[in-house]
Design a protein around this ligand. Structure first.
Ligand SMILES: Cc1ncc(COP(=O)(O)O)c(C=O)c1O
Length: 463
């Protein structure tokens, strides 16, 4: 296509997209005959596509990101003003919004004290892995380089984060991966029958004990860190069972293993607390966050550590190698922390943590109601406005439905103007969990509209 075109000429936009844009997470063959979807506008909980069709967005921008909803003038104005004043300077220097946001963020995270900026969740996790490796060299004579990660968890799309990736289908064809990343079993109660030796009672403690088994097998003096999602997201929306987290904390302390909590999805309100880990009384050494930090208004991710970790990187100023020798160019963009400050303020001013909890209860209760009506729902689970409904062909054996049927439910909801999600190219044969993560501003009517759409879709797909 030649020449320039006006963004209002939507058919040209679609043509340009078809001709030149490589979308994420999607097979493009269908676009040879069908138009790709272009999302043109968003306001509150709703988005409009190129045909002007309105959708209720029950997944906050597709991947649980736009926590405060679309069209927030206060964020846009603050970003505009900051960018006119100073758009960028490398983070080897400080910035006004960077300092302010760091202080506000830390005030929500007792026990933590330092914020390192970058621009994606994958990158935040990689920075933590690098710190673990550097600590291994500085403090443990090059041992303790191993990083444990959990089956079904996801930590990013880069090769190192995929090395810590517990989703085999997502990882397939991208190996070989980096050494010294070691998998521990998942802690999913609903599928505990698939784990050898899992008990009926006290499954949470047992699942944590499996981590200890891996540590003992590998050698505790070789293991530097354990990286976990507080509630596993793309691996099936999995909350750890009772008894799990206290044992995890105990095991980390016992073997001098750093605890890295990946809050890329749960962070900044998604589960009804500022951070997912705060439900469980644990004390992490590293917390990474991205998506909800600025609700997608600007790219920002943070790695937050304790002062104890920070001190390890400045304890000998005479040694020119003795600091964290790392940079993220766009970690110096001021739009990120500026948007993040306003995002935090909106959550506080509008009491959105509270709304998340209340609306989360409504969503859960509606989904449980659907479970009584539709035998295909085998399990509903989650925390706050972060929930999943696992679809099974047979409740007694828990055999998953064919993923095409789960996708058909999503497509039916889309046709009704409600965007929901489904686990996607994650666990082989287990891409069968519908995902819900509406913005924290959701009202009771929004929640009911979402579950009514699912009700209708299940009725049609499984009639
Ligand atoms: C738990 C978790 N960690 C890390 C990431 C990676 O974040 P990003 O896509 O910003 O690199 C994701 C993305 O979905 C995620 O769900």
């Amino acid at each position: 296509m030649d020449g320039t075109f006006n963004e209002n000429d939507i058919s040209r936009v679609v043509e340009a997209d078809r001709a030149h844009v490589w979308h994420h997470l999607i097979q493009h063959k269908p676009f040879e005959t069908n138009d790709p979807r272009i999302i043109v506008e968003g306001k509150g909980m709703r988005v409009w596509d190129q045909k002007g069709k309105e959708h209720l967005d029950a997944v906050s921008g597709g991947v649980w990101t736009v926590n405060v909803g679309y069209g927030r003038e206060s964020i846009c104005k603050a970003v505009y003003e900051q960018m006119m004043k100073l758009c960028y300077f490398a983070q080897s220097a400080g910035s006004v919004p960077g300092s302010i946001f760091a202080e506000r963020l830390i005030s929500k995270m007792p026990g933590m004290s330092r914020v390192y900026y970058m621009n994606s969740g994958s990158e935040a996790n990689e920075k933590a892995f690098k710190m673990v490796r550097q600590i291994a060299h500085k403090k443990y004579g090059g041992k303790k380089t191993k990083i444990l990660y959990r089956d079904r968890d996801y930590h990013g799309s880069t090769l190192a984060t995929m090395s810590a990736g517990g989703q085999n289908e997502r990882n397939a064809q991208y190996g070989p991966f980096a050494p010294d990343f070691v998998r521990v079993p998942h802690c999913m109660e609903y599928r505990k029958h698939e784990l050898d030796g899992a008990p009926e009672e006290n499954f949470g403690e047992w699942a944590a004990d499996q981590i200890e088994e891996v540590i003992l097998r590998e050698g505790p003096d070789t293991v530097g860190a354990l990286c976990l999602e507080p509630v596993t997201a793309g691996g099936g929306v999995i909350e750890a069972p009772e008894g799990y987290w206290p044992r995890v904390q105990e095991i980390c302390k016992k073997y001098d293993i750093l605890l890295h909590i990946d809050e890329v999805v749960c962070g900044v309100g998604r589960t009804g607390t500022w951070f997912g880990y705060q439900h469980y009384g644990i004390e992490p050494d590293f917390v990474t966050m991205a998506k909800g930090v600025a609700s997608g208004y600007a790219a920002i991710a943070c790695l937050v550590t304790t002062e104890e970790i920070f001190d390890m990187f400045k304890d000998n100023a005479d040694d020119p190698m003795n600091y964290f020798r790392d940079i993220s160019t766009f970690g110096g963009c001021t739009a990120g922390p500026t948007a993040a400050i306003e995002n935090l303020k909106i959550i506080e001013d509008e009491n959105l943590l509270q709304n998340c909890t209340v609306m989360g209860e409504r969503l859960m209760s509606n989904l449980q109601g659907l479970m009584e009506k539709h035998a295909v729902i085998g399990d509903v689970r989650g925390k706050g406005l972060f929930q999943g409904a696992e679809l099974v062909a047979d409740r007694s054996t828990r055999e998953p439905v064919d993923e095409k049927l789960a996708q058909a439910v999503v497509a039916d909801c889309m046709a009704q103007g409600v965007i929901i999600g489904v686990t996607n190219r994650s666990i082989p044969g287990r891409n069968n969990t519908l995902c819900f993560s509406p913005a924290l501003i959701a009202t009771a009517d929004d929640i009911d509209q979402i579950t009514d759409a699912v009700d209708g879709a299940l009725g049609r797909v499984f009639s």
